[in-house]
Design a protein around this ligand. Structure first.
Ligand SMILES: [Zn+2]
Length: 248
């Protein structure tokens, strides 16, 4: 609910497009650990931390006040999001159809409902669902999917770090300990993600150790030094992460 107000304010202040909010909300849904929308938007490079602070400030002022029917700043009124521009370039829908859906997208956003432009075009029957993937591919190859606030200091680094974290999260549950460790090296100094990255690495090792133990009749032992689990035999063995000797 807080995130909802945050998004509406950021859109009416012209800081974000409904498209960007929809994208961030989609990412939020896929994360297993809940993450505030502001953080995701910063990681995406759509907002700078300073902009997030400003919206949060406006949010606390806004609370308890009846919502204004018209937004104060409507800078992006005539702007067609990148997805729409690619659709037009590829001649997959007409300018009128895209414009109609952009308009509809804004109206929905004003009510706190953020839908991706592609989804609206499909719902209206203006774009085939299989073409959505095609458009996203072209969009990615144009390399400007997070075009807006990327120039803000550090935003690009944060996007990279966040991407690594998402990758690590995916790998951790598969037990690919070595690959997780490699990604972890890049995140170990990260002030924001180092701790969660460490937990994910331990999870990967545990997963790996548990499956080895099951297969090879070994036992799972946690190292006192690095607090990471390894599979060892009855005679003991080295910690799979730091090499310290472990006894059964
Ligand atoms: Zn160890």
């Amino acid at each position: 609910l807080q995130d909802d107000l945050f998004c509406r304010l950021a859109v009416t202040q012209g800081l974000l497009t409904p498209e960007q909010v929809a994208e961030a909300l989609e990412i939020q849904r896929t994360l297993s650990r809940p993450q505030r929308i502001g953080k995701i938007l910063v990681a995406q490079g759509y907002l700078s931390p300073i902009q997030v602070d400003r919206v949060l400030q406006a949010q606390s002022e806004e609370r308890g006040r009846p919502p204004e029917p018209e937004g104060t700043a409507r800078k992006r009124e005539s702007e067609v999001p990148l997805f729409g521009r690619v659709v037009l370039e590829a001649k997959l829908a007409s300018a009128g159809e895209v414009e109609e859906c952009v308009q509809l997208q804004r109206e929905l956003a004003a009510n706190g409902e953020y839908v991706l432009l592609g989804e609206l075009l499909v719902r209206k029957g203006y774009l085939a669902r299989r073409d959505v993937a095609h458009v996203l591919e072209r969009q990615a190859s144009e390399g400007e999917s997070s075009e807006v606030a990327i120039a803000e200091t550090g935003a690009q680094d944060r996007t990279h770090a966040f991407g690594l974290l998402v990758q690590l999260k995916r790998l951790a549950s598969t037990g690919k300990a070595a690959e997780c460790l490699a990604i972890f090296q890049e995140l170990r100094e990260d002030h924001e993600y180092a701790r969660v990255a460490e937990r994910l690495v331990r999870k990967a090792f545990l997963q790996h150790a548990a499956s080895r133990a099951g297969r090879e009749g070994l036992i799972v032992k946690t190292c006192n030094g690095c607090e990471t689990a390894s599979a060892i035999g009855v005679g003991g063995g080295p910690c799979a992460r730091c090499g310290a000797p472990l006894t059964a």
